[in-house]
Each structure stands twice: as C-alpha cells, then as structure tokens.
Design a binder for this molecule. Structure first.
Ligand code: NAP
Length: 519
C-alpha cells in the first residue's frame, strides 16, 4: 500500500480507511484509563493534580488521565538516567542502532493505532495523522543511517609523527531533556529523542500536556524495542509547573526542545551557567508565501490553501501570510476563497474531513483576538468566527479565515498558530522579499512564479531555512526526513542544522581526539 506523507494526493485510500476505522474502534475502546509516569522502567504514580486528556474534537470525551510529575519525580528520573546512560553508551553502536531500527519497525507495525490516537488527541485529519506516524519511523531510520554512514562516528586521523595513532570519536553528552510540542506529538518527540538515543545519550522526556497519550505510545515503542530501563523516561506534567525544573536540573547535560519561541528563548538564555551545554531548539514560524505576477495562480491558491489550513494552521511550517503582486491579487484571492470554501470541516477522525478543531480553549481565544484585530485593521474575506452549532458544539472549532490587511499590521509578524491567513498586496518582487524578511522568524517560505530568475533570487535572499518554489501540494509544508532538512533560522531555531537533515545527529555528541604513542 502507498505510504502516506503530508503531500499524498490521489492515492487509493479505500484500504487505508478500512484499517483506520478498525484502529479507531480499538483506540476508542481503550480510552479513559489512568496512566502513571515511567521512571527507571517502572510505573510511578503522580501526585494530586492529574492531567485529564480531552479530545479537542469533543471535550466530553476523556482520552485518559495522566499523572502529573513533581520536581521530586524529575530528580528521580535524572538520577536514574545517569548510570543507565553509561551502560547505554558503552554498548557497541551497532547494537544501539539495531534497537532503534526495531523501534522504527514497531512504529510501522502500530501506525494505524498511533495515527488514530493522534487524530483523537490533536484533532488531526486521517492523512495528517498517518503522515505523522510514517514520518516518525522514517526519522529513526534516517538517523540510524547517519550513524552507520559515519561508521559510528569513529575516524582515523592523520599522523604527524610515525609513532602516533590518532583517532577522532564523537561521544554522547550524557542526559538530554527532551521537551515536545503538541502539534506533531509523535514525529517531533521521536525525531528528537531517537537522535539523542542513537548517539548513546539517555533521555528524560516530557510530552505536551495536550498530547500525553501519544507520548505514552512512544514510551511503549522504545520499551518494546529494547531500550534499557532508565535510558528513556516518560514524565507527563504541566510545562508551566515542571518545565523549568527539567532543564534546570544540574544533572541534565543537554536540552532538545521543539516549541514556541517564548519558551525556547527563555531556556536558551538561562540554560548554561558554569559551562556551555548544547541547547538544541526548533521554534516557531511565521511563514510567508510570495505570489508574483507570473505565477500559476491555481497552483498558488491550492498550495496556499493546503499549507494555511491543513492541521488548522497549527504547523510550525504553516503558511500564515501571503504577499501577492497587485496585478494578480484579485484573481488569486478568488481562487483561494473558492478552494477554502470547498474544504470539508468537521470531525477529523472521519473520512475525507480536511479541517478539524484547534487544540484547546487558549487557541480559540487567540483566534478570536486575532480575528477582531483583522476586522478592525482590514477586511475578513472569509471566516472569522468560532463554530458552535451542531457537531461543532463540544469541540474547539473555528472557521478557516482569510484577511486582507495593510502590510504594517502585526498580524503579518506575530505567530498565532491558528487558522487566520493574512494577505497583503505588493508592487514588486523586491518589496515582497523585504516584507517576507521582516518577521523575527525564519522557518519555511514559498514562492509561486513563472520566472526562474526570481526563484534563484528568492532562495538567495529570503531568510528562511526551508524554501519551496511552485509547490502546489503545500506552499510551505510537507518536509520529509532525508528530503527537506528542517532548519529554523533567526527566531525559529538555535543550531543552524535541521531535523530531517544530514547534520542533525552529530549535534548530540561531542568530539574527542585520541592519540596513542607507540612504545
Ligand atoms: P509550547 O507552548 O512552547 O510548548 C512546548 C513544550 O514546552 C510543551 O511540552 C510545554 O509543556 C513545554 N513547556 C512549557 N513551558 C515550559 C518551560 N517553562 N520550560 C520547559 N518546557 C516548557 O509550544 P506548543 O504550543 O506545544 O507548540 C507550538 C509551538 O511549537 C509553535 O510556536 C510552533 O511553531 C512550534 N513548533 C516548532 C517546530 C519546529 O520544528 N521548528 C515544530 C513544531 C512546533 P505544556 O504543554 O505542559 O505547557
């Protein structure tokens, strides 16, 4: 059967839907249970204020109750990770790779159940959920391949004298805190943690409080694949309560974080004190698309609609602003509005629904604030409201919204992470590039143009790590491991090397030069 990616289209989905239906029934039947933390390979009850995991599709559905970790639990997890990491790092690298490749196989075996959990927990459409599961498995394999291709990152070096033998080795840092966002709860958690693990680090993992169930499924995958007890611990809890405790723990040797700029930059500024520790951040985006006067407008409208409204704009790579040449903005908008209005909105666990709910009430409030601002500063062309009637009554549903705005509006700069697309008119390619580069973020960017010279200039001049030209299947979204490295520039990341890319894994290790002099 065809592998589902974020850009899958026109594939025969009948068998997929049947398997998804069966998985959904299984997963629904297992909802509502209580779940502990997992520290040192053992279940540990939380204390007091458990997290009730509600589906954003229907908040009367309790998916599970998850323990809330306290600072004492975090201390316990880090302390147990220390000796466990030493043993894990001593394993021959091929054995670690074999265990992680087994994890990839288990994800593929469980992909329908994993996708069904994510669809219920995040409000992802069926195809988006399956893309998340498939990407997770591919990420592990790709990172394992990097270790294999580098021969375990052990390299013979030049000899300066005939009696010496020089070897260069990359070695793990120790214990990584891994903190994940809600929107790709499996792929991002798996990508960050598997890269840390395959290098021989231990991982203390906290999923987002909106997606603890998916996080638990990842814990089970690693456990079943043979990751030793203590090497990967699972700590659910509220970031506002325990987040700082995790990365501030003195036993934590590195942080790998994907989430908002505000949380990530706070961490970056304060993480290192006595010596510099790796702080690998992938942060937010405010991703622009440029539509020039030579663009294929149908492709542009399709690509923008897909990247603005898949997963309800809650992708770090989502298109959130468009700069269209004034000569084509009217016909472009006509096509975009028609395609947006044709989208199926509803319960995303159902077949053929494209657009589901946003993650929580906070996101609804952000949407309502932004829609009010858009109505004041410009014109809302479609949407603008919360949806509360009928099937939408119990979920966090808002309308896909497109607003035409003056270029100075802050809606062109601030990440909202809700389905409100800002569109402005420009008079030249130069102006479009200048506007695109005004945001603090630099994650993804797209262009639609018939002029190849403009494509070259766009790649050279746009300040973003993931750039696409004329991509109808998603103007700024759809990156895949090994195909599109996902590197955030400026306020979108800290390392200059992206997940999904060839330089990612080495960041989880530090270099040691070994010289032996023959006696
Ligand atoms: P978020 O609010 O920053 O949360 C991310 C994670 O950080 C969650 O696990 C959260 O826990 C935790 N957290 C909160 N406060 C913390 C603290 N003081 N210390 C440590 N951890 C803390 O982000 P989100 O709303 O889940 O995800 C959306 C954001 O992620 C957007 O900005 C999006 O662009 C970005 N993102 C970036 C990429 C990328 O690859 N560049 C990919 C996906 C998403 P709680 O959930 O318990 O609060």
């Amino acid at each position: 059967m065809t592998k589902i990616t974020y850009t899958s289209a026109n594939v025969d989905l009948e068998a997929f839907h049947q398997d998804f239906d069966a998985a959904l029934a299984r997963v629904r039947a297992s909802a509502g249970q209580e779940h502990p933390l997992f520290i040192g390979g053992r279940p540990v009850p939380g204390t007091g204020d458990a997290i009730t995991d509600l589906s954003p599709i229907d908040t009367s559905v309790v998916l599970g109750r998850f323990a809330a970790a306290t600072p004492a639990h975090i201390d316990d997890a880090v302390r147990q990770a220390k000796p466990a990491q030493k043993g894990w790092a001593r394993l021959p690298w091929r054995e670690r790779v074999a265990i992680l490749r087994r994890a990839a196989t288990l994800i593929r075996e469980r992909k329908y159940d994993l996708a069904a959990v994510m669809s219920l927990e995040v409000g992802k459409s069926r195809l988006e959920s399956m893309g998340d599961a498939e990407e997770s498995a591919d990420l592990i394999d790709y990172y394992c391949q990097q270790v294999e291709d580098a021969g375990g990152f052990v390299r013979e070096m030049a000899r300066i004298t005939p009696v010496e033998r020089n070897t260069d080795v990359l070695r793990p840092y120790g214990v990584f805190a891994c903190i994940a966002p809600f929107n790709f709860p499996l792929a991002l958690s798996t990508g960050m943690s598997s890269a840390a693990l395959v290098c021989g680090n231990a991982v203390v993992y906290k999923p987002a409080q909106d997606t603890p169930w998916t996080g638990l499924k990842l814990y089970e995958v690693y456990r079943d694949a043979g990751v030793p007890a203590g090497v990967f611990s699972y700590l659910t809890g509220r970031g506002s309560v325990i987040g700082d405790t995790i990365w501030q723990h003195p036993g934590v040797d590195g942080v790998v974080f994907t989430g908002s700029k505000v949380v990530g930059m706070r961490m970056y500024a304060a993480f290192s004190s006595n010596w510099a520790k790796p702080c690998l951040l992938e942060l937010g985006g405010k991703n622009p698309v440029i539509v020039t006067d030579t663009a294929d407008l149908d492709a542009a409208a399709e690509g923008v609609m897909r990247s603005a409204f898949s997963l309800q704009n809650q992708k770090c790579s989502a298109t959130s602003r468009v700069y269209a040449h004034q000569a084509v903005i009217e016909p472009f908008l006509e096509l975009l509005l028609a395609k947006t209005r044709a989208m199926t909105i509803g319960d995303p666990t159902q077949r053929d629904v494209y657009f589901g709910p946003v993650i929580n009430e906070r996101a609804v409030a952000t949407f309502e604030r932004a829609a009010a601002q858009a109505a004041t500063e410009g014109h809302i062309l479609c949407g603008g409201h919360r949806m509360t009637e009928g099937a939408f009554a119990k979920g966090h549903y808002v309308e896909p919204t497109i607003a035409r705005l003056p270029l100075e509006s802050t809606l062109f700069r601030d990440e909202l992470f809700v389905p409100l697309l800002s569109i402005g008119a420009v008079t030249s390619f130069d102006q479009a590039i200048a506007e695109a580069n005004k945001a603090e973020y630099g994650l993804t960017a797209g262009i639609f143009t018939g002029n190849t010279g403009e494509i070259d200039r766009f790649f050279d001049e746009v300040e973003a790590g993931v750039c696409y030209a004329n991509k109808r299947t998603g103007a700024t979204t759809g990156a895949w491991p090994g195909a599109q490295p996902f590197c955030g520039w400026k306020g979108s990341g800290s390392t200059g090397k992206g997940g999904c890319g060839p330089y990612y894994v080495a960041q989880f290790m530090r270099e040691q030069s070994r010289t032996v002099i023959a006696s």
